[in-house]
Design a protein around this ligand. Structure first.
Ligand SMILES: [Zn+2]
Ligand SMILES: [Zn+2]
Length: 72
């Protein structure tokens, strides 16, 4: 069984799933894929920052010259 943690970001309201520990099936798989059970080992709340996909979207918007809030 693989163990994950779930982080809730208060700024954007998204959840992020992060791996804590692979089971030995996933460790032995070349792509670290797991076909077995997994569960959240811990859940916590991250205040003051956005999730990584929101941060990446913001950085993409900055690179392309726009602001993340300039379009719906
Ligand atoms: Zn697993
Ligand atoms: Zn987000």
């Amino acid at each position: 069984m693989c163990f994950y943690e779930r982080i809730t970001f208060t700024v954007c309201g998204h959840d992020e799933k992060r791996l804590i520990r692979h089971c030995h099936f996933a460790r032995n798989d070349p792509g670290h894929q797991c076909f077995g059970a997994w569960r959240y080992d811990r859940e916590w709340t991250q205040g003051g920052s956005k999730c990584s996909s929101c941060v990446q979207a913001e950085q993409r918007a900055i690179r392309s010259g726009g602001s993340p809030d300039s379009h719906e």
